[in-house]
Design a protein around this ligand. Sequence first.
Ligand SMILES: C[S@@+](CC[C@H](N)C(=O)[O-])C[C@H]1O[C@@H](n2cnc3c(N)ncnc32)[C@H](O)[C@@H]1O
Length: 244
Amino acid sequence: MAQRSAHFHSGRFAVLRGMGVTPWTLVESTRVPGSGEEMRLLQRGADFSIRLGNIELMNSRAHSSEEQLAALACAKIAGRPSPRCLVAGLGMGYTLRAALDLLGPQARFTIAELVPAVIAWNRGPLAGLSGHALTDARVDLVEGDVADLIASARSTYDAILLDVDDGPEDRPHGATDHLFKEPGLRAAHAALRIGGVFAVWSPGPNTNFAPRLRKVGFAAEEHRVRAATGGGSRHVIWTAVRTS
Ligand SMILES: C[S@@+](CC[C@H](N)C(=O)[O-])C[C@H]1O[C@@H](n2cnc3c(N)ncnc32)[C@H](O)[C@@H]1O
């Protein structure tokens, strides 16, 4: 995550300099497995913020694009009787909540989250933000790297929804290369059922990503979305359908 956060400079990942007069208070800090970087949960009134260093990863005030990730993906598999859905990561649970609300009672969800403390926060102070999504009987929680779940799946999922801080930026050694470079995309393609959708959130555009999705066999679309209802930063979501 250290590499991811250092890269971010805009959008959801605003660098925080002298913001506001009411101070945020620290709820808890943790270390990210692997990188060892400090991740903090802060609170200001009813608002929560998850940060890596001075980079904000998530703020409970702006979660429209996280919900649109679920909406755009679920629209592609509407009508499937018992869809299986893989969601990663958990964050504040908005994407998971939206997918739970959009798919029926027969749907099954696996939520993968890398950072154990994020799971604890969603069972504790953040639980209300997602309407206690982790307690929904349709949800199985896996603590670990979503790439491992994708790599071990074959024609398993109707939808894979990825919002793992990093988008598919083109960097020499990005932290999420294993997900967004060609081998990772082939693994996602193989993990989906025919007609299933791979949906990816990104803080910004990437002209290379849709062609890369198409190269491995997806029918890909790019969607421009806003961080908050009616405004805010501009983010990008790709939906990529396995056609054969
Ligand atoms: C920006 S948050 C997700 C926000 C979420 N969509 C929501 O609606 O609140 C990104 C999450 O992905 C997790 N994460 C990062 N890399 C991951 C990986 N490889 N596998 C699983 N989770 C990961 C982070 O710990 C963090 O909780």
